[in-house]
Design a binder for this molecule. Structure first.
Ligand SMILES: [Zn+2]
Length: 102
């Protein structure tokens, strides 16, 4: 079943919302970074695609949690920043040089 980012945020809010709001931004940010570290380990090798996929899901879930607490809608944020293409050159695909960070 495909999810929109708004649906991901609602699912995470329904499942963990009470605990998330008590933890706050700082504590949640630490969990997000811990999960990013676990994703890095998975990508470094030695994990199955299923295990690596689960780490991606964890990172997205914690990013959704953080966005919920911060009052950010990820669908709207993505549309605003990337909906018209590269934020730097405005093109799809990006035509920026390899040293430029969009
Ligand atoms: Zn660009």
């Amino acid at each position: 079943m495909p999810f929109t980012l708004t649906q991901v945020q609602q699912l995470i809010r329904d499942t963990f919302g009470d605990k998330d709001s008590r933890r706050g931004v700082e504590g949640t940010f630490m969990w997000l970074i811990e999960e990013v570290g676990e994703l890095a380990e998975a990508l470094r090798g030695g994990r199955s695609l299923e295990q690596t996929s689960a780490e991606f899901a964890d990172v997205l879930a914690w990013l959704a949690t953080l966005a919920n607490i911060a009052g950010v809608n990820l669908d709207e944020a993505m549309a605003a920043k990337y909906g018209s293409g590269c934020p730097t050159c405005g093109l799809i695909p990006c035509a920026c040089g390899p040293t430029e960070k969009p």
